[in-house]
Design a protein around this ligand. Structure first.
Ligand SMILES: C[S@@+](CC[C@H](N)C(=O)[O-])C[C@H]1O[C@@H](n2cnc3c(N)ncnc32)[C@H](O)[C@@H]1O
Length: 222
C-alpha cells in the first residue's frame, strides 16, 4: 500500500489537533472535519517523513519551543481561504453610500481583518476609488493569519477563469490584461494597488495590529 493511503487520523489525535488550531487561530473544527483535517495534513507527514498523525502532533509541540515554522504551515493548511470579489454585495453598497459624499480631503482607513487572497480588500478599494477618487487619502489594511495566502494577496494577480463577482466595467477600469505567458491572468492596476497594505495578523488575539498607529487616527476607521 502506498504510504499516503496508510495514514489514519485517530479520534484522539484529531481532538488534540483541533484543540491546537483553536488555541492558535480561534478556528473551531466540528467532528465532521476529521477527514478534511486528515486530507490537508497528509502531504506534510510525507514531506517530513513521519509515520503518522501522532508523530506530526509531537513535531508541532516541539515546534512551539524550537520555532521551525511548522506551526505557521499547520495554520496555513487548516485555514479555509474561499473568497471572491464583492462577496457580500450589501456591504459594498453600504460602503459606497457612506463614502460618496465624503469631502475629498477626508482620510478614510479600512481594515479587512481576514483578507484571504485579497479579493475583499481590492473590492473595497474599487468601491472607494469610484466613490472618492484615487487621489483622496483613503487606504486599506488587509490582514490574515495565513502567510501563504498573503503572498497571493500582495501580488494582486488573478487567473481569469477563477475570477468571480467582478463586473466587466470594473475589470476594465481596475485590472490589466496579462500578455504572452500571462494571458490567462488579470492584475490589479498599480494606482489601486498602492492604496493597500497586507500584513500578517491573528485576529483571535486581542487588540489591533500595531501597523494601525502608522496608518492614522483611529476615529477615521469605518
Ligand atoms: C473564508 S476566508 C474569508 C475571506 C474574506 N473576508 C471574504 O469574506 O471573502 C477566511 C479567512 O480568514 C482567515 N483567518 C482564519 N482565522 C484567522 C485569524 N485568527 N486571524 C486572521 N485571519 C484568520 C483565513 O486564513 C482565511 O483567509
Amino acid at each position: 500500500m502506498n504510504k499516503l493511503a496508510s495514514f489514519e487520523l485517530s479520534l484522539n489525535i484529531f481532538e488534540k489537533l483541533r484543540q491546537l488550531i483553536h488555541k492558535k487561530a480561534g478556528i473551531s473544527m466540528s467532528d465532521a472535519k476529521r477527514s478534511l483535517v486528515a486530507g490537508r495534513l497528509r502531504k506534510r507527514l510525507v514531506a517530513l517523513n513521519l509515520d503518522g498523525y501522532d508523530d506530526y502532533f509531537h513535531y508541532l509541540k516541539k515546534d512551539e519551543l524550537a520555532g521551525t515554522g511548522e506551526m505557521q504551515r499547520f495554520i496555513d493548511l487548516l485555514t479555509t481561504n474561499e473568497t471572491w470579489f464583492f462577496r457580500e454585495e450589501k456591504h459594498f453598497k453600504f460602503l459606497k453610500k457612506q463614502t460618496k459624499d465624503c469631502p475629498v480631503s477626508q482620510t478614510v482607513n479600512v481594515w479587512s481583518a481576514a483578507s484571504s487572497s485579497g479579493e475583499e480588500p481590492y473590492s473595497i478599494a474599487m468601491t472607494l476609488a469610484d466613490s472618492m477618487g484615487l487621489s483622496s487619502p483613503w487606504q486599506i489594511l488587509g490582514t490574515d493569519i495565513s502567510t501563504e495566502i498573503l503572498t497571493t494577496a500582495r501580488k494582486g494577480i488573478y487567473m481569469k477563469s477563477k475570477i468571480k463577482g467582478l463586473s466587466t466595467p470594473l475589470k476594465r477600469k481596475y485590472m490589466l490584461n496579462g500578455v504572452r505567458t500571462d494571458e490567462d491572468y488579470l492584475a490589479i492596476v498599480p494606482e489601486l494597488k498602492k492604496k493597500l497594505q497586507f500584513k500578517h495578523f491573528n485576529s483571535a488575539k486581542t487588540g489591533e495590529p500595531k501597523y494601525f498607529d502608522k496608518l492614522t487616527a483611529k476615529n477615521n476607521f469605518l
